[in-house]
Design a protein around this ligand. Structure first.
Ligand code: SAM
Ligand code: SF4
Ligand code: SF4
Length: 373
């Protein structure tokens, strides 16, 4: 008898088909979860594939040539994504971020952006549409993305030292090409541009000051992200996290910095500005300063599963409803019901534990490359 091998993918896809309430309430856009948090931000992963192998996200030992990425047939079509986006907007979503994997690898992404750009909130406002990218294809695509209706981009870049960056993306991709992507985005007006740097102590923390010097006075908002224990494959260790407070200390040693008030409730980054007017930086302290209390984000995987937390292990299979015989109102009712039942607050729970305790048990967590950042 041959042994049955269950690939990781089977676990990754854990989901349930959501309950469709018999009585549908008219959406008011004022949904609140069990902790009183509204639904405002939808992150849509358009592919689970990537041309980088950042060690903190898609380590190449796991995401190798045998890794079972999603087959084309299981991905949501652009029409399905736009339909869900409209349904989420009636339930309160005002901001959509396209992510992945690497979103610019999804063919004809501009067509999806055009569809999303036509959606209006119930009060007639345009959506805030943005995209997070490794910028490997940004120089080529910036203009067509802008023309399609994208407003701005966030670029991930973990350092300016070419050897450090090539090692971190693990596909030998040069810094210069990411910088060309950022320049192209600036040229076409995909602004304000944010640059995300994941800081791993001992790997790229020496890049903090060079990155700050480079992006000062450029109009780009640099954001330092604490290395997070997302997924189950990156071998995360607390001693590789550099707390944001230390990032700010290192910046302060060279540039006087002043704290800035948040732009809006639920903003993930804590804002700082250079006292001399050189611009703004942000720190995202997912590990040392949990911000679950304001978390208004939902995440949609490439195959239409809805996750309510970055650290969730199970999604809700909205694709089953899309491809079943359900109206927009019924699917909206199911989404409303899911959000109203939400109680996720992983980072806060972990922060409440002693430093040497094991993290809260949530089952096998989904990968960041699958549900997007
Ligand atoms: N490929 C695109 C990119 O890198 O910008 C979009 C997807 S990526 C999953 C989204 C964001 O998640 C990136 O800014 C990345 O740096 C961040 N990220 C991935 N793994 C992380 C981790 N373990 N800790 C903190 N941030 C992480
Ligand atoms: Fe790819 Fe982005 Fe993950 Fe890096 S962080 S491996 S670029 S999805
Ligand atoms: Fe939101 Fe979950 Fe992150 Fe808390 S841990 S901020 S609930 S995604």
């Amino acid at each position: 008898m041959t042994e049955k091998i269950i690939p990781i993918a089977d676990i990754r896809y854990a989901s349930r088909v959501p309950h469709v309430p018999a009585q549908i309430q008219t959406p008011t856009g004022l949904l609140a979860d069990t902790l009183g948090r509204p639904l405002r931000d939808l992150r849509i992963s358009v592919t689970d594939r990537c041309n980088f192998r950042c060690s903190y996200c898609m380590p190449r030992e796991v995401f190798d040539k045998d890794y079972a990425f999603l087959p084309q047939s299981s991905l949501l079509s652009f029409e399905e994504i736009a339909r869900l986006a409209r349904i989420f907007v009636t339930n309160g979503v005002e901001k959509i971020r396209l992510t992945g994997g690497e979103p610019l690898l999804r063919k004809n992404l501009e067509v999806l952006i055009e569809m999303l750009a036509k959606i209006k909130t119930p009060s007639g406002q345009a959506l805030d549409i943005t995209l997070t990218t490794n910028a490997s294809l940004l120089a080529k695509k910036a203009q067509s993305l802008k023309d399609a209706g994208l407003q701005r981009v966030t670029v991930s870049l973990d350092g300016l030292d070419d050897a450090v960056f090539r090692r971190m993306n693990d596909v030998d991709f040069p810094v210069a090409d990411v910088l060309k992507g950022i320049e192209a985005a600036q040229r076409v007006g995909l602004a304000p541009i944010k640059v995300n740097m994941v800081v791993k102590r001992g790997t790229n923390d020496a890049e903090i000051l060079p990155m700050a010097r480079h992006f000062r006075n450029s109009g780009v908002v640099l954001r330092f992200i604490e290395y997070m224990d997302v997924g189950a494959t990156n071998g995360w260790r607390m001693d590789e996290v550099l707390p944001s407070a230390q990032v700010i200390e290192r910046l302060q040693a060279e540039f006087p910095m002043l704290a800035v008030n948040p732009n809006y409730a639920g903003e993930t980054a804590e804002r700082w500005r250079y006292a001399d007017g050189g611009g703004e930086v942000g720190v995202i302290s997912s590990v040392t300063h949990a911000f679950c209390g304001d978390c208004n984000r939902a995440r949609l995987s490439t195959e239409g599963k809805l996750f309510l937390c970055l650290f969730a292990s199970q999604g809700q299979d909205l694709r089953a409803l899309l491809r079943g015989d359900f109206s927009d109102e019924q699917i909206g009712g199911a989404v409303g019901h899911i959000w109203q039942s939400r109680a996720d607050r992983y980072s806060e729970m972990r922060a409440a534990l002693p430093a040497d305790a094991s993290p809260p048990e949530t089952g096998r967590r989904v990968e960041m490359s699958y549900i997007g950042g």
